[in-house]
Design a protein around this ligand. Structure first.
Ligand code: GLU
Length: 469
């Protein structure tokens, strides 16, 4: 038997990090088993689907290493509407489903309670198909449905507690539950690895597999992803879009490594491991079924480590989108002609050790490419104290007099200027830094000044002096 898994997202919005995690787990499982990964876009809910979201899914998968062309599909669920209807018809003809014209209110009036599932009223009424009549699956009165789940053991559901659920709406269109099963069946899916949120659907779906006469797949329900308050990650409340992380400057390698740690860990006391190790060591059976905490702070720290592990050359290349702007990344504050790749290359190693996400490169280097630095007023107010004007004058004079413009002598000159005024280097640096870069924090100051050049440094010190009077 060839293992066939699928990732079956609905194109209803940005690509959720939890979805990315499930996709990677499917991907690795297929690879380990010598199987096939199928991508199916579940686009039947026409009102909520948009083609650009499908493109978003494909490019997000590409980004985390599931490249177009290296899997089967994408298939589109909407192309199989005929098969879904045929399956509904077969279930009806075989007596496994029946038509029902009850409204929710009808059921409530009969049961005298809140709606807590269908009461089976139409089971034996023999209604024929007709507008407004839903098709319901006749669930068995006895026995139990045992779901074989690689992560959760064998969750068992008593059949009599499973209501006769709807498989096609009053207008004849099959519902998700059925369409999803029929597609898995016709695509020969052997293992369904998906989010825990679908577990309540699973006994119903397995009953459909049985009723349609096909051996059900093996299931694996991967844990729900939660925020620090243990709430399910939601797109309204949390940053969940993979694209948002990508555009903020998370590296794909860091992201996929982190995503795989949601509910699983590699051997030894390690978390940051090469992808090849994850591919080798990951076991679906080893995934912890409890909710997995998506810790953005930890992801950030991870990303910083991945950034530091890049060669300088790769780091420079990785920063490019933020230095130029792209379709989805805002352009930097400087004009394209103001950017100088040689200057950037000179400071890149300094920045590489200091940023955790690539977008942070921009505020660290903008002073090099803008004609005038962007002055952060709060930083200015903090750094410019009584005596700063005089200190800037002295620094300007000392810098002008330097025989060569290099970090070490620049530092020594400012150190001397500070010492004459009873100031430690840190205190003497602050007004110079804000005058030249506009900020109180940033790259090492003296290297920055060296790269900026003497003329531009002096011009900014003078401009700051003017601002101070
Ligand atoms: N389309 C469903 C979703 O996006 C997936 C269903 C499944 O994996 O079985 O949640």
């Amino acid at each position: 038997m060839t293992v066939r898994v699928r990732f079956a997202p609905s194109p209803t919005g940005m690509f959720h990090v939890g979805g990315a995690r499930s996709a990677l787990q499917n991907w690795i499982y297929a690879k380990q088993q010598g199987g096939v990964f199928v991508l199916r876009i579940e686009d039947t809910d026409a009102a909520r689907n948009r083609p650009e979201w499908t493109e978003g899914i494909l490019s997000a998968l590409d980004w985390i290493g599931i490249a177009r062309g290296s899997y089967e599909g994408p298939y589109f669920q909407s192309s199989y509407a005929g098969e879904h209807r045929a399956a509904a018809q077969r279930l009806y003809e075989g007596g496994r489903a029946y038509y029902c014209d009850c409204t929710r209110e009808d059921v409530q009036a009969r049961t005298g309670s809140q709606y807590s599932g269908y009461d089976g009223y139409c089971r034996d009424r023999g209604l024929t198909p007709g507008e407004g009549r839903a098709l319901r699956f006749r669930t068995p009165d006895e026995g139990e449905t045992v779901v074989v789940d690689l992560i959760r053991g064998e969750p068992t559901f008593e059949n009599k507690l499973i209501e006769d659920f709807v498989i096609a709406r009053g207008n004849g269109s099959p519902v998700f539950l059925l369409a999803n099963v029929v597609d898995d069946m016709s695509m020969g899916i052997t293992h369904v690895i998906r989010a825990e949120e679908h577990l309540p659907n699973t006994p119903k779906q397995q009953l459909l597999w049985d009723a349609l006469g096909v051996k059900p797949p093996v299931w694996a329900h991967v844990p729900v992803v939660v925020n620090e308050k243990r709430q399910k990650l939601s797109k309204r409340r949390d940053k969940v879009a993979l694209e948002a992380y990508r555009d903020e400057g998370y590296l794909a390698d860091a992201m996929r490594n982190y995503l795989m740690l949601l509910g699983w860990a590699p051997s030894g006391d390690r978390e940051i491991v090469p992808w090849s190790v994850i591919e080798e060591e990951f076991r679906l059976e080893g995934v912890n079924p409890s909710p997995a905490f998506f810790d953005e702070k930890k992801l950030r720290a991870f990303n910083g480590e991945y950034i530091r592990a890049l060669s300088v050359e790769d780091f420079v290349a990785a920063c490019r989108p933020w230095l130029t702007g792209t379709d989805t990344i805002a352009p930097p504050p400087w004009q394209p002609a103001e950017f100088d790749a040689t200057v950037f290359a000179a400071v890149a190693p300094l920045a590489q050790t200091r940023i955790a996400v690539l977008s942070e490169i921009v505020p660290n280097v903008d002073f090099l490419f803008l004609a005038d630095p962007l002055i952060d007023e709060a930083a200015w107010a903090k750094a410019m104290k009584e005596g700063s004007a005089e200190l800037l004058d002295a620094a300007t004079a000392a810098f002008e007099a330097l025989p060569s413009w290099e970090a070490e002598p620049i530092k020594a000159a400012l150190e001397a200027v500070g010492a004459e005024r009873g100031l430690k280097l840190g205190k003497a640096q602050a007004p110079v830094r804000v005058a030249v870069t506009g900020r109180t924090v940033g790259l090492p100051l003296f290297e920055s000044l060296e790269v900026l050049g003497r003329e531009r440094t002096l011009a900014r010190l003078r401009a700051a002096r003017v601002r101070l009077v």
